[in-house]
Structure formats: C-alpha cells, structure tokens
Design a protein around this ligand. Structure first.
Ligand SMILES: Nc1ncnc2c1ncn2[C@@H]1O[C@H](COP(=O)(O)OP(=O)(O)OP(=O)(O)O)[C@@H](O)[C@H]1O
Ligand SMILES: [Mg+2]
Length: 250
C-alpha cells in the first residue's frame, strides 16, 4: 500500500530525514516511535506533501511520485491517497461537527449536500459522536473533537490514515475513547501509520513498530519484540527513559 524509497528532507542545513525506506502493506498498522526531533512528524507530513521532500520516491496505492519531478496533478493525486489526524484536532471552529465532515466532501469532492450529510452522520455514528452532530468544536471535549477529526479523515475514503500523536494533547481520562476508535479501525483492516508515545497501545494494536532517531529508521520489527526486546542501544535507551519517566511520577 505504501512504498517509500530513499526519502530525504532537510530544513536549511539540518538533515531531518535521511534516505528513509518504508513499506506498509494493505491493512497493516505501523507505529512510529522515537525521541523528540527525530523526524517522525516530518516523515508523516512528507507522505501527504504537507512538507515538500527533497528527494525520494513515494508510492501510495496506485500513485507514485518522484519527489524531484512531479506536476500539480500528481501532487493532488498523491494527497488524495492519505488523510492526516493531528495532535491538536485542527477542526474548523466555525463549523459544526457534521459540517466539519461534510465540508471536504461537498467542496473537495463535489458530493451533493444530502449525500454528504448522510455520509457525515454515518461516520459520526462510527466514532460514537452522532448525538453531537450540530455542536461546535468549542463545546466538545478534546477526545470528542479528536473523534470528529478521525471521522473527517475517514470521510474522503483515504487509502491510508496518518496519525501524528493523536492522544498527546488529551486529558488522560479522554485518551481511551480515541484509542478505542483507532482500535476499531485497525480491526476493520484500515491501513494506518501512527506516531505515538502510547507504548501499551502500540504493542497491542500495531503490527509493526518503527523506531526513528536522527532522521533514520534505527530499528523495526514486530511490536512486541521491539518493545519487550529492543536490540539497538538507542531503542533500549529511549524505552528505558519512558519507563523512568513513569517511575518519576509520584
Ligand atoms: N518547518 C520547519 N522548519 C525548520 N525546521 C523544522 C521544521 N519542522 C521540523 N523542523 C525540524 O526538524 C526536526 C524534526 O522535527 P519533527 O517535528 O519531524 O520531529 P518529531 O520526531 O516529530 O518530534 P516530536 O516528538 O517532538 O514531535 C527537528 O529538528 C525540527 O526542529
Ligand atoms: Mg512530532
């Protein structure tokens, strides 16, 4: 479903992604972990061209794009293959929950309004938010807003969902409801790449874990084996620090 070859990106003289290679199968759930600044968000953002990669080849679904030579049409086609869920939800504040979902359908996909409403309500149902269809984001909790953001991402039927720390801005008691929705999607065989610090969730849901540091993939493998038995010294240190942080909370 996804094939990334030699993807590189630098900001000024800071090389952030160094010739990344990544393959993700249809229905696979891949979690990306790694220290702050290792390039996780940049990698996700490059996959749907929110950032312009410097070089490399990105293939998602049937669309292949050479990052050094592409035209506007190829860019639009590649963008359509994925949808992103951000840490801070990024909902339209002046639109209701339902309008947040129907807007990209009506404006982007030229779907007729009634059909878009039907699809929007069905998606809200799937994330347990149909009772809140007419509420504005400001009246909803972070977890509820994030579930709407997930429904919005699903609306355009992307081949792949990209999540960038979807629960890290949430109150602890709201994390579960968002993870629950993501778990459901994983069971429905939706292809997902999830940048996360939720190790237990990653271990449970992800088929594979990728550990990134300094712009490269340092180690990858089955979720359980990477978390329980990391081989690389950097991975070991990163995971140890996470547990130390937990021990530190008195
Ligand atoms: N728009 C930008 N302009 C300049 N430098 C940037 C930009 N975006 C990211 N960077 C730099 O790229 C590097 C990787 O950033 P990125 O956000 O991808 O890391 P991350 O692994 O997602 O970190 P975190 O866990 O903190 O979210 C960092 O050094 C960051 O400062
Ligand atoms: Mg990030």
């Amino acid at each position: 479903m996804i094939k990334v070859s030699e993807l590189s990106k630098r900001f000024a003289n800071n090389p952030v992604l160094k010739a990344i290679n990544l393959n993700v199968k249809q229905g696979e759930v891949v979690a990306i972990i790694g220290p702050s600044g290792s390039g996780k968000s940049t990698l996700l953002r490059c996959l749907n061209l929110l950032e312009k990669p410097d070089s490399g080849i990105i293939q998602i679904g049937e669309v292949t794009l050479d990052c050094q030579h592409y035209n506007h049409r190829q860019e639009t086609e590649l963008r359509k293959q994925s949808a992103m869920v951000f840490q801070h939800y990024n909902l339209f504040k002046n639109k209701t929950a339902l309008e947040n979902i129907t807007y990209p359908l009506i404006v982007g996909q030229k779907m007729d309004k009634k059909q878009a409403m039907q699809r929007g309500l069905w998606l809200l149902e799937r994330v347990g938010m149909v009772d809140y269809a007419n509420q504005y984001p400001i009246t909803l909790s972070g977890g509820q807003q994030q579930r709407i953001a997930i429904a919005r991402a699903l609306a355009v039927r992307p081949k792949v969902l990209l999540f960038d720390e979807p629960t890290s801005a949430l109150d602890p008691e709201r994390v579960h409801e968002v993870l629950q929705v993501m778990l459901q999607l994983a069971k429905e065989n939706i292809t997902m790449i999830i940048v996360t610090h939720e190790m237990e969730f990653a271990k449970y849901v992800a088929d594979r874990i990728i550990f990134m540091a300094n712009g490269i993939i340092v180690e990858e493998g089955l979720a359980k084996s990477i978390i329980d038995n990391p081989q690389n010294a950097l991975t070991q240190r990163f995971l140890r620090q996470l547990t130390d942080d937990i021990d530190f909370q008195i």
